[in-house]
Design a protein around this ligand. Structure first.
Ligand code: GTA
Length: 152
């Protein structure tokens, strides 16, 4: 199983600018972690729905929903902590790209959850990348802030 992800550091495009360590320590944490990040979620997906889908890959220790730091409401991402590395790998392998609440979600390895990481880091309070999107989906009310960013 490990073979598929042995070049994980090259596979995972995301680098957390707030990771408190070196690039080598970051890559090491990614290779050992039992936590995954889920992106591109609907703001209306509940923790129960997340649990239902992600427990198909294995037993879940904890789910942390990503929240808008101003409104304290879900803003489209979450962290799933598994007990086992194999289950986290299965989650990335099989659940990433599947549809949850009409959206193709992205499951990425994560270096490990720490208090504070549940908050969106964007100026609006939500996720940084949402501030660059110019497309707005009226059904799930996500994206489109890019137009505001461009106006500034
Ligand atoms: N494991 O892919 C991920 C991931 N993402 C996208 C966020 N998190 C992730 N974790 C994993 N994999 O705990 C985690 C963060 C944090 C929480 C919320 O989710 O570690 P955030 O999404 O609000 O902020 O985080 P983040 O991750 O710091 O922002 P991002 O998207 O990497 O942006 C970084 C820089 O790129 C910024 O300087 C921004 O100005 C720029 N940028 C981002 N998107 C664009 C764009 N479309 N165009 C131009 N510049 C952009």
């Amino acid at each position: 199983m490990a073979s598929l992800f042995k070049d994980l550091a090259k596979i995972s495009a995301y680098r957390d600018r707030r990771f408190p360590g070196t690039q080598e320590e970051f890559e090491d944490a990614l290779l050992k972690s039992t936590t995954v990040y889920v992106g591109n979620m609907s703001f209306y997906t509940t923790e129960e729905q997340v649990y239902e889908l992600f427990s198909r890959a294995g037993e879940i220790k904890k789910i942390v929903m990503g929240l808008d730091k101003n409104t304290k409401t879900p803003c489209g991402f979450s962290f799933i902590m598994y007990y086992s590395r194999d289950d986290a790998e299965d989650s990335v392998k099989y659940i990433s790209g599947t549809i949850l609440d009409d959206r193709p979600i992205r499951v990425d390895f994560d270096w490990g959850f720490q208090e504070g990481r549940q908050w969106g880091r964007g100026r609006s309070g939500g996720q940084v990348r949402d501030e660059y999107r110019t497309d707005y989906d009226p059904v799930i009310r996500r994206g489109g802030y890019g137009k505001l960013v461009q106006k500034e």
